[in-house]
Design a protein around this ligand. Sequence first.
Ligand code: IVH
Length: 723
Amino acid sequence: MSGMTTPAAVLVDAAAYAVAVETAKKAAAAYYATGESALDDDAYDRMARGIAAYEEAHPGEVSADSPSGKVAGGAAVGDVPHTVPMLSLDNVFGGDEFTTWAASVERRIGRPVECWNVEAKLDGLAVAARYEDGGLVRLITRGDGLAGEDVSHATGMIAGLPDRLAEPVTLEVRGEVLMTTEQFERANTLRTGHGGTPFANPRGAAAGSVRAKDRPYRVEMTFFAYAALPLATTGPELAAALTGDSHGEVLARVAALGVHTTAATAAPPRTVTDADAVRARVEEIAALRPELPFGIDGIVIKADAAADQLAAGSGSRAPRWAIAWKLPAVEKVTRLLDVEWNVGRTGTIAPRAVLEPVVIDGSTVAYATLHNPNDITRRDLRIGDQVMVYKAGDIIPRVEAPVAHLRTGEEKAVVFPEVCPQCGSDIDTTEQRWRCVRGRNCHLVASVSYAAGRDQFDIEGLGATRVVQLVDSGLVGDIGDLFSLTREQILGLDRMGETSTDNLLAAIGRAKGRPLSRVLAALGVRGTGRSMSRRIARHFASMDVLCAADEEAMRRVEGIGTEKARAIVAELADLAELIGKLRAAGVNMTEPGATPPSDDPSAAEGSPGAVGAEVPAEEGPLSGMTVVVTGSMTGPLEKLSRNGMNELIERAGGKSSSGVSKRTSLLVAGGNAGSKREKAEQLGIRIASPDEFAELIAEFLAAEADATVTADAADTGADAMAG
Ligand code: IVH
């Protein structure tokens, strides 16, 4: 996390200042009215700081319209007065600024702060929810902090804000309404389906939807509480608790009443006792950010004890006992220059957004995924649009939506290809993901390179350049041809000597012995990645049994539902010829150690042996465990790719998974382990170094190594161990 901020805008004269004030005012008004703004957060922030700097240098010229020091930039007011002002927060942008601020709080109260409460800063809009005798009676926006708008019509659309509390109490709960990524997607589908322009981002969508009164459709939002206070008719006991208890205790009470708090999310609040621990927790939450299903724009740090809050007091805009530690913006507005159509190894035709390069969270983003053509239609994207782009951590940047109100009329419709952009064949548009009718034979170089890759056939020496040569020379027309290449044919290629030819032939020979799971992965059956390929291979044990499986049999594989089963069965039928070719060339078609399922479906369904019965390996040292691997491997496991590690875990009877959750039994964390390690620590999950893990399964590895001596099992962990 950089903690870096963009510089303030430089306003050279009074005219520039006036323009800036006007722009900021309009942006704030638009943002608070509909959730849409022509400026992204960074741009607004830069402008606001430029305005503040100008005002500091020219105190005589401060405009009455200036957003400085005003809640909500001076925008939007409503007519429902708040019982207690709804304040905003001051910001810091990094650890040193935070430490300075914390020290100033402690100086002010004349003692160390008892403890700090560190929680996610939710990126939505603030609302106050008034409950009387346990019933939700009124929902009010923050407005200017003193009075807000009545948006009670939105109740019932907001998950986490129940109509009735668990107890018949009277109080006001304050918090943030937002849309999760999923809710945002659904809202935009609904909105464009009703002929509306899409929302630019989840926050804007929530802000607009809370206010909207006469929409013919309803969207779902989510609420998270971050404060609660007594109302005039609150009982004395609860009133005393809400004003006298710590922030953490108040939120626990709110949660017990049935209102959402961030305690139930992957980034729960923590109380810590010193500034260093605050910094550490901030880093943790920042690391979790990319995986959270909702947007956060920072971390809020509050003095937890009521006595400390009281002693620090509040200013007119913000409390002095709390601060927002802003994280770098992960959303930027930039221009959509073009949409490219790329053909993947299975012939899928995927659109990709070409963007005017923009720096987001420290890296330059010039492309973003658009998933499928429907995604473009659903978002109503047009070439030339200003679009909101999201990127956090190492996730692939995505276009959230166009900023529709910035359209000039010059935008052009995205042109969808009529024929395959790779080979000119027809396009199969019957599914969401379009596909060249030639399938994996369309982009032969991509599909053959993939099949030869480390986690598939693992053919050493068959890199992309060689594949291009083989395809261009006509020697390879599909994956199967690889296995019937002759010495003379390979020698005839450019820059191929005797030694490299023999090496390549030997590598191809070894590839024939790979387990069925690798063969399946190499075929690239759509909808099945590497781990699904392993599951299928273990379940059916041989290609014959697998290819004979109907949809019902396919559904018995863990994780395969009706639709996937249908797609896999159909795809395997399409692949029959290629599979036959591989078989004829001597490629192994079985999964070592697996036994095919019995024909009796009742034996396979529900019983404890449903998946395990045919897989003796599940009785290995990791039996019953779900293991996640992160970071770089060292020691005896050093040579294993991530896929190799997952294969090893599964051979040892465990289940491999890519994400840490409550169900994880063990995290193998190597060097440079990031957010997964943090998450595991938070959840109290057992963590092992690669060496400790190797130790844990040492006996199993030794037995495997023995077995490999006699039966040349495929490229297994034991190979790597022996080597
Ligand atoms: S505490 C008096 N906690 O951020 C304390 N605010 O930029 C006021 N926000 O107005 C707020 N997550 O709308 C608090 N965990 C959190 C928050 C949070 C989001 C919002 C809130 C506030 C704004 C300031």
